[in-house]
Ligand binder design. Sequence first.
Ligand code: BGC
Length: 440
Amino acid sequence: MEHKIKAEAFMKKYGMHYEDLDFDRRCKDFVSEMENGLEGKPSSLLMLPTYLTVSENIPAYKTVIVMDAGGTNFRIATVTFDERKKAVINDFKVFPMLGTNLKPNEEVSADEFFNTIADELLPLIGKSNTDSIGFCFSYPTEILPNKDGKLIRFTKEIDIKGLPGLEIGAGINAALRKKGVEKDKRFVLLNDTVASMIAGISASSRRTFSDYIGFILGTGTNTSYIEKSEKISKIDSAGLPEKMGINIEAGGFLKVPSGDIDKFFDAATVTPGQSIYEKMISGAYLGTLIYHVINFAIREGLFSADFADKFSHIRDITMRSVDEFCTYPDGDNLLAAFVEGNEDDRLTLYYLLDAVFERTAKLVAVNIASVMLKTGSGSDPTRPVCVVAEGTTFYKSKLLRPKLDYYSKIYINDRLGLWFEFQKLDNATLIGTAAAALLN
Ligand code: BGC
């Protein structure tokens, strides 16, 4: 216990202890930021309308091209639904997302981005029998009523020069024209959380859910939900469907108490002062945040001189290394090697990581609870809200899920009387993107 007490006292001292996170207050702030965002008032939550209609009537045997630009990878494929709405994915290809892991002074331009995509699309165009192309574009993007989208800003440490402000579909069409494609394609842009939510809605399930939420905790984090169009007062809702998906851009939430090490880390990111919530919980940041936590702890004398020496040779930690240690603290992995032969170091490291994930879990529970508080859905446990969840940080972080289940129970079920279930769907983003492109 002595190691746990020390690790937790350290987190408290630096303003990062999970107990100091007031669940009710943060939910209240989150809901009020959601409302401000819908009304077009200043808010750290962008609350982006999707203009997408969601229904289960997906046309069968139309083959649509889908693309997915995420924080790590770019994926492209064709998708065809059969008459039982089963999606068949073909022509799948994956490569690193442009603008990731840039070396100092290295730049990627918007033209390079559009050209690369056009080159990837060319071989697939003949395979599709619709002019629509679904593009899951997982960055804060203003979707236009014609379903094209304008990038507002990058997140997840990605940078493509000149892309913010441009219409993505229009840019790809211009690049395709230069390569001899005569007829413009109809791009349907959507966020990955929205795509996952649509996949959940369109999946044939014998379960009854009262509502749907799309949730991603991977390289980045975000949530989407379904809102009454009349509540989105920043847009003219005349002629729009009664309800519409909203991309909250939850990672942008700023009303979270960040500690000294969060602030130290934030100052060195590509976007200081932005996405504070995302930087506390998502995979693009959590490894590096943990790296700094350990370094601060070394300076406070929490680790042995031998550990400090070994640690001084690395400049960062990946989430994979963190997870390998959490799963195999005695195994053959980077952090286990650093603590080998020293039980104090092993336990101190474990309890520091445990405290970081405890805060992550509580912050995730705040996000999900707030969305349910906003919609009022989920008060009947026999018809819970379906939270379609995606992302490596969510599924692969050993310490996270049991803690999230704990906060869901004590706060969301017991205190708020609200009920939800996480759902995992294979290829949710690609399938949801295909469904959105075929239905809109
Ligand atoms: C982006 C969101 C995205 C989320 C999950 C965030 O960094 O801003 O648009 O949904 O990551 O991929």
